[in-house]
Design a protein around this ligand. Structure first.
Ligand SMILES: Cc1ncc(COP(=O)(O)O)c(C=O)c1O
Length: 449
């Protein structure tokens, strides 16, 4: 039958069915509950945000390895661009159409939808690296003349960006040491900021590498006491060490959460990626800059991360349990001077209350100081047989490194000491191996110290 011979009633029926089908699909693939009972993220990681019927019934999202997407009509292309470039308001239930993989791509969209579930964020943006997420987020909010507040220590790359690159763009860093109650640092932070505009604040809690904590709720109050009519500085929390399973900073007053997705989210040490999450309003701004800086992740990385998210909860849980065994072993070893592990915080530690308030488990990163300074640390690192001597963390395999001469070597030695990065400090990221084998490896290694 020729199209122009279709009776009007049939055409109307077809349109109604199509509309019904679309509503049904949207309802199903973004369904988060059964009879009003909310489903857990562990369950939703296998389904949320993806409709197999839009991809030939494929149970897993295919890799949409394409740079660009065809529009059905010129009008549709125009409508998509109007939304993407903010030229008009979204109509009710209108979704942004696919345009070009620097703006959006199905693998990234499904991934971003799933990432929001753990942190209960309104929106997420995925990047080509953790540094791309951090740099793009910071540049969204800071302007020449601003102050940027940071906790110390931060990952060496973030520290370098803030202390060496951003000042060239007129942004001045102001820092405070993590691990102290905010009431003890507030006065000096206020004095250092003075009457300059606070552009943003960024912290790591627990920090890399020392596991020092920052009270997110208390800092949020301090940061927002610098709100101005024309600018609200966001509190950005790098949640790479514990999140998104064991800590949810948005719940405690953070405005944006950032991740090196290279670590636990990816979890297999085979990709580089980053993510940022926050309110819809905030993330629209971050995503706009991502579009123009081109710092988004590609479809292949997005697909790998989707696969990793399915096992995130069980990986992080096993790694954490292993780490508890390893930390207990290290804490009683005569060649180990000090162990920085959240699971070993004493009841009377001033940060214990902060830990109980904002973390649900100690995670799987341990920093420990061996006797004999750098020489002692290197002897241990060179002797290990299971733990691999490599930077990075959060993968299925145990990785060990020397922060002072590796991840944090950009930081001058005297500043390192202020942050607790001593010459004998070793950082170990515990994997999913059997913890008894890891302890055996460390036992043999420490004999060489
Ligand atoms: C806490 C933390 N934030 C950010 C980064 C940077 O992430 P990426 O290496 O994915 O750029 C790292 C990397 O080690 C990190 O440990």
């Amino acid at each position: 039958m020729r199209a122009d011979n279709i009776p009007t009633w049939l055409e109307e029926l077809r349109e109604t069915l199509e509309r019904f089908n679309k509503d049904f699909t949207v309802k199903n693939y973004k369904k988060r509950d059964i009879d009003g009972r909310e489903l857990k993220p562990e369950t939703l990681m296998m389904s949320y945000g993806y409709d197999p019927m839009l991809s030939e019934g494929a149970v897993k999202p295919p890799i949409f390895q394409t740079s660009t997407f065809a529009f059905e009509t010129a009008e549709e292309g125009k409508a998509f661009f109007e939304l993407a470039y903010g030229l008009r308001e979204k109509a009710p239930s209108e979704e942004l159409g696919l345009i070009y993989s620097r703006l959006n791509n199905p693998d990234l969209e499904v991934l971003e939808d799933r990432l929001t579930l753990w942190d209960k964020a309104e929106a997420a943006a995925v990047f080509q690296s953790g540094m791309a997420a951090i740099a793009t987020t910071l540049l969204t909010f800071v302007r020449p003349g601003d102050v940027l507040l940071m906790s110390e220590p931060l990952y060496g790359g973030s520290d370098y960006l803030i202390k060496n690159v951003l000042p060239e763009f007129g942004v001045t860093p102001v820092y405070f040491v993590a691990g102290l109650p905010i009431s003890e640092v507030e006065q000096s932070v206020r004095e250092k900021i003075g009457d300059r505009r606070l552009g943003a604040a960024i912290i790591e809690t627990p920090s890399n590498p020392t596991n020092a904590l920052v009270d997110i709720e208390a800092l949020s109050k301090l940061v927002h006491s610098f709100d101005r009519e024309d600018h609200i500085p966001p509190l950005i929390v790098d949640n790479t060490f514990l999140g998104p399973i064991f800590q949810h900073p948005l719940k405690h007053g953070a405005d944006i959460v950032v991740y090196s997705a290279t670590k636990f989210l990816g979890g297999h040490s085979d990709l580089i990626a980053g993510a940022a999450l926050g309110s819809e309003e905030t993330m629209v701004r971050v995503k706009a800059l991502r579009t123009f800086m081109g710092t988004m992740a590609g479809p292949w990385t997005g697909w790998l991360l989707l696969r990793s998210l399915e096992t995130l909860h069980m990986r992080m849980t096993t790694q954490m349990k292993n780490a508890q065994g390893v930390a207990d072993f290290l804490a009683q070893h005569p060649k180990v001077k000090r162990v920085h592990y959240l699971g070993l915080l004493r009841e009377d530690d001033p940060m214990n209350g902060v830990y109980r308030k904002q973390c649900s488990a100690p995670g799987s990163l341990i920093a420990f100081e061996v006797k004999g300074g750098e020489k002692g640390a290197f002897r241990l690192l060179n002797a290990l047989q299971i733990a691999k001597l490599a930077v990075s963390l959060g993968g299925t395999e145990t990785l060990v490194e020397h922060p002072g001469s590796m991840t944090h070597s950009d930081i001058p030695p005297e500043d390192q000491l202020r942050m607790g990065i001593t010459p004998g400090l070793v950082r170990i990221s515990i994997g999913v191996e059997h913890h008894e084998d890891l302890i055996l490896d460390l036992e043999r290694g420490l004999e060489k110290v």
